[in-house]
Write a protein that binds this ligand. Sequence first.
Ligand code: ASP
Length: 293
Amino acid sequence: MQHLITTDDLTIKQIEQILDDALRFKLQKKPVSLLKNRLLFTLFFENSTRTRSSFEVAAKRLGANVVHLDPSKSSTNKGESVEDTFLNLCAMLPDGVIIRHSDNHLAKKLSDMNLTPLLNAGSGSYAHPTQALLDLFTLKEHFGSLDGLKIAIVGDIVNSRVASSAIALFGRFGIKISLVAPEPFMPRDTNLPKFDKLEDVLDDVDVVMSLRAQFERHNKPVFENYETYASHYCLTKENIGSRDIIIMHPGPVMRNIDISDEILDDKRSKVLTQVTNGLFVRMAILKLLLLDS
Ligand code: ASP
């Protein structure tokens, strides 16, 4: 039984298959009934706009049925543990469970029970494997080849599961990563090149990936004033200029703090392309885990 908790659960061959299948799904556009009569649960203990709907649309485009359990109305509110909720869902014999939770290690713990394929849709600050895979697809689609690409990740890196999954995955494909953040947002335990000024990297990268401040993981306010933060780290027409680079962000974008309105509208912004690609990449991931493994 194959799970997807971190991208390290996948071999390079499986990742290449996901990229190829996703491209095929994107080109053919039409839904395909590969997962007809399959049943998936989505179980999101943290907020989600893109990931949950993307997974649900992906599953439906493959012909699967999806049941969403709303934790705020479930028995976890009556004191049932997440483990017990999960055991009860598995007793209904689903073909997979898609879970998001603030606990870094819960998804792994549940997957170790080996009851159903488990797909991690975001675990605390630890991992967001499907975001990293859709970002990899977006890079490959734009640049053709990944080896030697240079990307700067900017923002609240230390609290971001998107950053940790991107760092883990991109390195396997020869992508060179630099980190740009003020001291409280910069991870300490990394050998990647670190910068505190955006200007110091912009001439030397192909891609800038911006990340929002992960307020839900701050125990106390990190900065009093995000306007001052934005004056250093927001991607704007002034600092991006006419450079031939692309701009990425996993969303939600804090407009004019992470990326200015103008740059979001610029054709170098791939923010909505990432959302579209997420659909096809998640279709490919569901195919791999439920059908091919
Ligand atoms: N949507 C992404 C996540 O779930 C990024 C974010 O929320 O900042 O981690």
